[in-house]
Design a protein around this ligand. Structure first.
Ligand SMILES: [Zn+2]
Length: 303
């Protein structure tokens, strides 16, 4: 991006340009004002947020911090998944992390994305953004930017990003199609989107159904099949590749906040083998589509 990021930030309601005004921003077109203390909040009056889902995300931000990413084996597992994501599409140029959560991907990319010029993370949850904010590198300046924003109304000009990551986001959105249209809008022609989602299969459906009774799933939390997600992505972008992942390691290692097996199994010792088994199962044609997760690589065609 030749211009600065702040020249590409827009009013989420009308995409008008924003000008600083008394410690906040004012939209030059519709006069809406946006503030925010440590992290700017660019959620406009037109956003129709699912309030209970946002509240759920605010409350699970502590659970992620204290449990999901706090055990050696689960941290190793999620790191392995990030390795896969980055091998599918090397982040380059201006990178948007749409639904950045507590900022672990920002930390990861700092060391693993050498062609990235800038990281921009957005999340609708103030709890998640606060956690992410604590992970910003000291002195990162505009190379690591966090904004509280609605994925269905991204506060950026068209064609602002080279790479957009959409990790486990779509099933949280009130309108996943609108979320994907926004990804396509802010991507530059030739830019890539990497969309990761849980995949509903005959194996994952029943355990997920019971897990959803737990306190960190909102009742509107969706559970999509891979084909449905593919159609959502393909409606806005060209789908170039589909990768399934997560067979044994995903349910056993990945989500101790949802279901913990470390009292039954020596997961610390088993983790490397479980991850290797998963990687092999992902290559077996008869089995691969049973993955608990699916990743789509999609491109915005250069017009
Ligand atoms: Zn406006």
């Amino acid at each position: 991006m030749s211009s600065t990021l702040w020249e590409r930030v827009r009013c989420p309601d009308c995409l008008g340009t924003l000008a600083p005004e008394a410690g906040a921003w004012r939209c030059g077109a519709c006069a809406a004002r946006y503030g925010g203390a440590e992290v700017p909040c660019l959620i406009g009056a037109k956003s129709s947020l699912n309030a209970s889902e946002v509240a759920t995300q605010d409350s699970v931000s502590d659970l992620y911090e204290g449990v999901r990413y706090n055990r050696d084996y689960s941290r190793a597992y999620h790191r392995h998944t990030l390795d896969q994501l980055v091998s599918i599409a090397a982040p380059r140029g201006e990178v948007l992390d749409d639904g950045c959560g507590p900022g672990l991907f920002m930390e990861y990319l700092r060391d693993h994305a050498h062609r990235m010029d800038r990281y921009v993370g957005i999340d609708v949850s103030s709890g998640m953004i606060a956690k992410a904010s604590g992970r910003r590198a000291r002195g990162a300046g505009d190379r690591e930017v966090l904004l509280q924003a609605d994925s269905c109304r991204l506060p950026f000009a068209d064609a602002s990003f080279d790479t957009v990551f959409v990790r486990g986001l779509l099933h949280h959105l009130p309108d996943p199609g609108a979320g994907m249209r926004e990804v396509a809008r802010v991507l530059r022609p030739g830019g890539s989107a990497v969309v990761l989602e849980p995949n509903k299969t005959i194996i994952s459906a029943a355990p997920r159904f019971f897990a959803r009774k737990g306190k960190h799933f909102d009742e509107d939390h969706k559970n999509f099949r891979a084909r449905y997600i593919r159609d959502l992505v393909a409606a806005s972008l060209r789908v170039d590749a589909t990768h399934f992942y997560g067979y044994l390691a995903y349910p056993l290692l990945g989500y101790p906040d949802v279901a913990s097996f470390d009292k039954l199994l020596p997961l610390g010792k088993l983790a490397p083998a479980l991850m290797a088994i998963d990687d092999n199962l992902a290559r077996l044609p008869a089995v691969r589509s049973l993955g608990w997760g699916v990743i789509f690589l999609a491109t915005k065609p250069a017009s």
